[in-house]
Ligand binder design. Structure first.
Ligand SMILES: Cc1cc2nc3c(=O)[nH]c(=O)nc-3n(C[C@H](O)[C@H](O)[C@H](O)COP(=O)(O)OP(=O)(O)OC[C@H]3O[C@@H](n4cnc5c(N)ncnc54)[C@H](O)[C@@H]3O)c2cc1C
Length: 678
């Protein structure tokens, strides 16, 4: 560590072989693997070569998010249900736009990483003989899903953190990433350093800037959850997508995110048992009065309505292919519509669903067989939803209690929220991005296609960290960098950043919080689970204009701490333009409703005969999926000279590699390090 003077400011310089940005389950796991691979290679003091740099050890989706029993999707471990990596990879690629080589690598690495977590201390349940019991998620015959309870991802990141600390790897907390410093150009381009503001030292006179130089960079900063107003991502999960885009990293599938029902007072998914116990779902006015059973008018019978509330449990993400004919995603549409009409929506666990005058009363014995058999099998046929939840999953009640909500006495306010980013940054089968020495893992990596099996995000994050670490240690080595030949280039960029940040002051400019609010409202209404061409076009134009205004006017800072909100507002402004550009491009290519969003279109499929456009009075219709686009991945790249700031390109998903070689030649390839070259 040394201090240098740049633009009359003291800047603290650090030098590591590998910097990992982000301390969620993905980042922590990569740090552990880097240490272990270095140790295997007999590298001295691995802990001095690696550092985890993070905005907050307690922040991010892994630490702060979950559901009734947060799912980890791994290859089947049932003693009597056979599974294979090939079948697992097929499940990952089934809905299209997913690279076959990445899916196969996630499949092959799945059990290795699962047992790595078991060893780290994550309490995944096993039976008396030692089998890790799985359960079936939707369309999964292999019982691949498992869970350590509502807080699986939290346990993962905490157990891995303990290991990181045991190894003595530094975790440098409180660092807001401000810039990714690049050197060179074309194929020789490299991200040489991560520039941060130390949030713990904002009160000091000097702007507290750290520069972390590195030979290798692993980006594990999660999804840009703060893009959306209606979001179940933890508050403050901003991510660093804009910085990665500006550094030249190519993103893929940014159109594909996951949306679904979640509680909003305490942000948590209400998937699984929360729905399977079939709570009453009602709406109320802003003060909680004038209760209405708004679902009842849209279902033909109590049995159908109650069964669909049950099914929402494991058909959790909003899915346009599950709307027509009164399927479970009609519930998301109705919840959204109710909230659009300024009504609040609640789940009430004290009462069973209430129907309309023409419906029979709720009767658990009249549920459709799939729901009834499940509840019978789990012994959850009690009279009320809360009793059924107590029976099925008491931890689901506990998690709300821990967060100040008593499901025995108050209903749970819900909304259709942004939950996960299936797209992200492009990389090869070693999770290396289009810029050599930079790797992307966890939710920042765009490994998922249009749909992903529930729980596969956590698996992908673990396998990605393993793959990146193996490649770094075996191909790029373990030494810190020497960028002395690039000093002028580095100093110029550092001066530019400092000058920009110093120019933001108290007298003029945009107000960061207002900018963030605008972005979040726009993204939730135009880039969420309901999209429309003209609206997306307008939203993109506004997003680009806002970003350009920020460049011209800068920010007005109320106090020293406001600089963090300003940095985040700038990130989100560019990121939102990228997402909207991708959405617009796909709509122009003829993209329809798929994954977790619906595209409104006057010529499409009716959502429901009684759901119409308020202005035109016509029934609302949506465009079906354009299946041809399953075989093309939309890429997006930052280009400041483009009118919309981004350039788009489409590529074909890479196939899974053909079956491998015989043992002896494969062994030779491994010994000679050839496996990293192909
Ligand atoms: C409610 C909910 C339920 C979910 N349930 C499941 C599930 O059941 N199964 C499943 O597989 N997945 C699930 N997911 C998704 C999964 O939890 C996430 O994809 C995963 O935890 C992401 O891990 P990560 O390590 O990539 O990022 P995160 O855990 O989000 O960590 C990001 C890290 O980056 C840091 N960071 C962020 N921005 C910056 C910045 N600007 N500067 C510096 N540092 C920064 C943060 O502090 C944090 O340490 C769920 C997500 C949510 C929101």
């Amino acid at each position: 560590m040394e201090t240098r003077q740049i633009a009359n400011k003291s800047v603290i310089i650090h030098n590591y072989n590998t910097i990992i940005v982000g301390s969620g389950a993905a980042g922590m796991n990569c740090a552990v693997h880097l240490y272990e691979f270095m140790e295997q290679k007999k590298v001295n003091n691995p802990q001095e070569r690696i550092a985890v740099v993070t905005a907050g050890i307690g922040l991010g989706a892994s630490r702060m998010s979950g559901s009734d029993k947060q799912t980890y999707y791994k290859m089947g471990t049932s003693p009597d249900v056979p599974d294979s990596a090939g079948e697992f990879a097929k499940s990952l690629t089934a809905a299209g736009c997913c690279h076959g080589d990445l899916a196969l690598a996630e499949a092959v690495g799945s059990l290795r990483e699962f047992y790595h977590l078991v060893q780290a201390g994550v309490p995944f349940p096993h039976d008396p003989i030692g089998s890790y019991i799985g359960y079936k998620t939707d369309n999964d015959p292999y019982e691949r899903a498992t869970s350590a309870g509502p807080k699986t991802s939290r346990f993962m990141s905490e157990c891995l953190e303990k290991q990181v600390r045991r190894y003595g790897i530094p975790i440098i907390d409180g660092q807001e990433v401000t810039h990714l410093l690049t050197i060179g150009g074309g194929k020789a381009k490299q991200i040489a350093a991560v520039v941060t503001i130390d949030k713990s030292k904002l009160a000091e006179e000097n702007l507290p800037i750290n520069v972390f130089f590195c030979t290798n960079l692993v980006l594990a900063a999660g999804g840009p959850g703060a893009l959306y107003k209606t979001s179940v991502y933890p508050k403050g999960q901003v991510g660093i997508h804009s910085l990665a885009l500006q550094a030249g990293l190519i993103a893929e599938n940014l159109t594909e995110s996951q949306f679904g029902l979640a509680s909003i007072k305490f942000r948590w998914n209400v998937s699984g048992s929360f729905c399977q116990v079939i709570p009453r779902i009602f709406s109320a006015d802003a003060d909680g009065n004038d209760e209405r059973e708004f679902l009842a008018d849209f279902f033909p019978s109590m049995s159908r309505m109650a069964t669909n509330i049950f099914l929402k449990g494991y058909q959790w993400p909003f899915d346009p292919q599950r709307i027509s004919d009164h399927q479970s995603s009609l519930i998301d549409i109705l919840v959204f519509r109710e909230r659009q009409n300024n009504r609040r929506v609640f789940m009430d666990f004290l009462h069973n669903p209430v129907g309309s005058d023409s419906m029979k009363q709720f009767d658990i014995g009249s549920l459709e067989p799939e729901a009834f058999e499940y509840l019978k099998k789990t012994g959850a046929l009690q009279d009320t939803p809360i009793e059924r939840l107590e029976r099925m999953n008491p931890l689901a009640i506990e998690i709300y209690k821990e967060n100040g909500i008593d499901l025995y006495s108050e209903p749970l306010e819900i909304a259709v929220c942004a939950q996960h980013n299936n797209g992200g940054f492009a990389m090869n089968k070693w999770w290396q991005s289009n810029i050599d020495h930079t790797f992307i893992i966890g939710e920042m990596a765009g490994t998922h296609g249009v749909k992903r099996p529930g729980g596969s995000a956590l698996n992908a994050g673990q396998v990605g960290g393993l793959r990146a670490a193996e490649y770094i240690v075996n191909v790029y080595g373990c030494d810190p960098p020497d960028y002395s030949n690039h000093q002028a280039e580095i100093d110029r960029q550092l001066k530019q950043i400092i000058t920009k940040l110093e120019a933001w002051g108290s007298s003029s400019g945009l107000v960061p919080e207002e900018v963030i609010d605008k972005i979040q409202n726009r993204m939730s209404s135009s880039a969420g689970h309901i999209r429309e061409m003209n609206d997306a076009r307008r939203a993109l134009a506004e997003a680009v204009k806002l970003y350009k205004e920020i460049q011209k006017q800068g920010f007005k800072l109320e106090n020293k701490k406001s600089i963090i909100s300003a940095i985040q507002a700038e990130h989100l402004a560019l990121t939102s333009a990228a997402y909207l550009k991708a959405i617009m491009e796909l709509l122009e290519q003829g993209g329809g409703s798929r994954g977790s969003y619906l595209v409104l279109d006057g010529d499409g499929i009716e959502i429901h005969p009684d759901i119409s456009n308020k202005t035109t009075g016509k029934t609302l219709k949506f465009k079906p999926e354009n299946e041809k686009l399953r075989n093309s991945i939309l890429q997006i790249e930052y280009d400041r000279d483009e009118p919309d700031l981004f350039r788009c390109n489409t590529i074909k998903p890479r196939p899974a590699p053909a079956p491998g070689k015989a043992f002896e030649p494969a062994w030779q390839d491994y010994r000679e390090g050839k496996i990293y070259g192909c």
